[in-house]
Design a protein around this ligand. Structure first.
Ligand code: GLC
Ligand code: GLC
Length: 813
């Protein structure tokens, strides 16, 4: 069953039924203020940090789902309804939700009254702004009451859902303009110098700020007494649960439209000017904010500005391939998701509470692959933040907190793949920008300025950390885990609830990872090249030498006969071998080793890809391991804690599918690579109901063949899948690869694509690229012409900032 479709011209996804198989959300905000916004107007807002500065409350894991949001209740005669259907769930005559780039528009119609709710987080405003228009499409006069509703969170979202004995006493409010402007100032009297405002640009007929008075103690959001009785209580909340609701009553003639602008804002006062009178807060910041959203013209201008921003951003890489699904995936939704993962990392989604994880060392480094071409300056800053949390010995905290930018030991360290991701990210950044100055940036170790060293030294320690921590087979020690957080080979946990990520109780100094070995080889060539550019030939030679040793170790101790082994456990037993009873083959080493080119010339790589297809692939993608574990394995850890076919235990963990896609391109198999790409790319989803999560973005997992619910996706939006798939399609299939010295054209296309056009902005120049594919579905010989001149090789040398447009013709024979 279908619940929506794409509107590519507007860059929107159009949801046509409100009761989607799961809430389908959008992200609003590009700077410091963010909202999660569902297709039924559920969700919440925060400033900078979803845990510490949360403006509105949201109930995760609630019945019914998606409880809490920015609601508008309309009372028209005896009927109460919401434009977004929830929470009253009155059957609407028409419903539509359009999720666009940084804004959403919900349209609801009932009994001849049409409501259009447009919500955005504008640039330069610490606020979510909504315009609500009501149009009387009937031929009779209407007397309509509109009630807005939001529920405040007491800022710290963790405390807010645990510390009731204190919190029920805190709420304090202020009002202006007869209740049109409502201030939430809990804790402002003490150590906070910030408050929230919820305001509307019109005269109101009443308001409420006490939840219980507005809704009724034993009612749900679906039956607020004040609305059903059409009688606002004009309450001033003292403790309990503060909300903000405006009541607006209007008469509408046939054909008449009215519109209102609602602003939910975060405001600050200077420390020494917090109060203008005893107990009265300084509202200057709020007034400045609200003055920007008084009129429809002001609102329109800001929405246009937002749309123009996205049009500009998404013009850096575009494709016109003749396959409209591919085009929308590449040109719109994949890049949009990459920006959202840049903003959120893994902190706030409908599956991540916003009070748990910080920024992952590995996650942030990989996410960079997807947004470095969009926002190189912010990518640069991100790299420096990440590197500053690195330990002096080259290893890393697994996560850091966005507000403090400090490493967080609470979630552990010693994931031995982490250091290599930093090299990976820096390679990608320099290839995109050519900015070698980043290597000389002085960056702290462990946020300690006395340990400051150039970034290049950070990379050196990263690489050497792996080279210097090898096990009995000459393969890298795995530490707590590698990319697979749940393959915990030194943690033998028997305690319910104990964290697999922080417990290491049997580190025999033996458990090794073939995945890390593959990754080490995968980054080595680029890294060595970078060292040469940085004039450190000695280190470059060392890197090449270490790489050769590692390749040798993988080809001997890391090869199982038909595929690459996964690991050796704490007793030096094989993991991911045909000798094992379950978990015989794993995707990660196949992807990483083949991407690295290991075994390309001796047949191992091809065998590895063949085995991947044979054992791991199924209808909905490539699964992580086969067979899934059916019992808990003390020597393997969290992976075997999941039932078969879920999460790290045999689901399609979408993040690593592009490794195989890239692996196939390394071997020249364009048709295979593109088939695999289409298997998990959202634009190609056939059954939206089965898939469940948003059909316009990647999810972390799709339940595997061994699960009870194959094909169902989980954990949408915040996943490294987004960056990796963009990397795979844009650089390896379509073949536009930034290189240190220029732009390399190296497509590996399916036979179905005979010709395509690409546009790429790169280091201040524009490239109009035409690709003619005469090779079919296997990679051919690539010839490149630039402005009519045949090129020697495949790289158009960079001429930074010339403002030139190059006409590039790529012929694959
Ligand atoms: C999650 C984590 C990521 C990890 C992956 C596999 O996506 O964010 O860091 O690599 O799971 O365990
Ligand atoms: C990975 C997994 C996740 C797990 C986390 C920490 O990110 O995907 O399920 O909670 O590791 O163990």
């Amino acid at each position: 069953m279908q619940y929506g479709h794409f509107d590519d011209l507007k860059r929107e996804f159009v949801i046509t039924r409100p009761n989607t198989p799961y809430p389908w959300i959008n992200y609003l905000g590009n700077e410091d203020f963010f909202s999660l916004f569902s297709n039924t107007s559920g969700g919440y807002s925060f400033y900078k940090d979803a845990r510490l500065l949360r403006l509105t409350r949201y109930r995760y894991n609630n019945v019914p789902t998606d409880a809490g949001g920015k609601y508008f209740y309309i009372k028209d005669g005896d009927v109460v309804w919401n434009p977004g259907w929830q929470p009253v769930k009155t059957q609407l005559d028409e419903y539509e939700c359009r999720h666009g780039m940084g804004y959403s528009v919900i349209t609801g119609k009932k009994n001849g009254l049409k409501a259009v709710q447009t919500t955005m987080v504008p640039f330069g405003a610490r606020a979510e702004v909504t315009r609500l228009t009501l149009t009387n499409e009937s031929d009779a006069d209407k007397a309509v009451s509109l009630y807005s509703f939001i529920e405040f969170c007491l800022w710290n979202a963790w405390d807010d859902c645990t510390n009731f004995q204190r919190n029920y006493a805190l709420a304090e409010m202020e009002f202006e303009e007869g209740g049109a402007v409502i201030y939430h100032k809990s804790e402002y009297r003490e150590r906070r110098n910030h408050y929230a405002v919820y305001a509307v640009n019109t005269k109101v007929d009443g308001y409420d700020t006490d939840r219980e008075s507005f809704i009724g103690l034993y009612n749900g959001f679906d039956h607020p007494d004040a609305v059903f009785e059409d009688r606002p209580r004009n309450t001033n909340a003292r403790g309990w649960a503060p909300i903000a609701s405006h009541c607006i009553r209007r008469h509408l003639k046939p054909g008449e439209t009215v519109s209102f602008i609602f602003v939910l804002g975060y405001c600050e006062s200077p420390e020494d000017k917090k109060f203008v009178a005893p107990g009265v807060i300084n509202k200057d910041d709020a007034h400045a904010l609200l003055s920007q959203f008084r009129t429809d013209e002001q609102f329109e201008a800001r929405l246009t500005e937002l749309k123009n921003y996205w049009r500009g951003l998404l013009s850096h890489y575009t494709v016109c391939s003749g396959d409209e699904k591919l085009d929308r995936q590449v040109n719109i939704w994949n890049q949009y998701q990459c920006m959202v993962t840049f903003n959120m990392s893994r902190s706030a989604s409908y599956f991540e509470s916003g009070i748990g994880r910080g920024m992952g060392f590995r996650d942030c480094s990989q996410d960079l692959l997807g947004f470095v071409h969009l926002i190189p300056d912010r990518a640069r800053a991100r790299i420096l933040d990440i590197a500053a949390t690195q330990f002096p010995d080259g290893s890393a905290y697994h996560q850091y907190q966005p507000l403090t930018k400090r490493g967080n030991l609470g979630v552990g360290s010693g994931f031995n793949d982490d250091p290599l991701w930093l090299i990976f990210a820096v390679n990608a950044y320099i290839k995109e920008t050519g900015d070698l100055t980043i290597l000389d940036e002085q960056v702290d170790f462990d946020n300690d300025p006395s340990l400051r060293q150039p970034l290049l030294e950070h990379l050196r320690r990263s690489f050497r950390y792996i080279a210097d921590h090898k096990g009995p087979h000459g393969l890298p020690l795995i530490g707590r885990a590698d990319w697979n957080d749940c393959l915990n080979l030194n943690c033998f946990s028997k305690e319910p609830g104990e964290s697999f990520q922080t417990v290491t109780n049997n580190d025999t100094g033996i458990a090794e990872s073939v995945f890390i070995a593959g990754m080490f080889v995968c980054v080595a060539d680029d890294y060595a090249q970078l060292l040469t550019i940085a004039k450190d030939e000695k280190e470059a030679a060392y890197v090449r030498e270490q790489k050769a040793l590692m390749v040798q170790a993988v080809e001997t101790a890391g090869w199982d006969g038909e595929w690459f082994l996964r690991a050796y456990d704490a007793y030096s037993q094989k993991v991911g071998s045909h000798e094992n009873d379950e978990g015989k083959i794993f995707i990660e080493p196949q992807g990483m080793c083949v991407m690295a080119g290991i075994g390309k010339d001796n047949g191992m790589a091809q065998k590895s890809m063949d085995s991947t297809e044979k054992y791991l692939e199924y209808e909905h993608g490539i699964m992580l391991n086969w067979p899934s574990y059916t019992t808990y394995r003390l020597n393997l850890g969290e992976i075997s804690s999941y039932p078969p076919g879920y999460k790290e235990n045999g689901s399609v963990f979408c993040h690593n599918n592009p490794w195989i896609i890239i692996g196939e391109t390394v071997l020249g198999h364009g048709d295979r690579a593109f088939d695999l790409y289409k298997k998990i790319a959202p634009a190609y989803i056939k059954d939206q109901k089965l898939h469940r999560t948003e059909p316009y973005v990647y999810s972390q997992t799709i339940n595997g063949a061994d699960s009870a619910t194959p094909g169902e996706a989980r954990n949408s939006w915040l996943t490294g899948t987004s960056a990796w798939n963009f990397y795979a399609i844009s650089q390896f299939i379509l073949g536009v690869k930034p290189a240190f010295d220029g732009l390399t054209l190296d497509p590996c296309l399916p036979a179905s694509i005979k010709e395509l056009r690409l546009h790429r902005s790169f280091r201040g120049n524009e490239y109009e690229i035409t690709v003619i594919n005469q090779a079919g579905g296997e990679k051919g010989k690539v010839e490149v012409e630039v402005d009519g001149q045949k090129l020697d090789g495949q790289t158009v040398k960079a001429e930074p900032g010339k403002g030139r447009t190059y006409q590039v013709l790529v012929t694959v024979r």
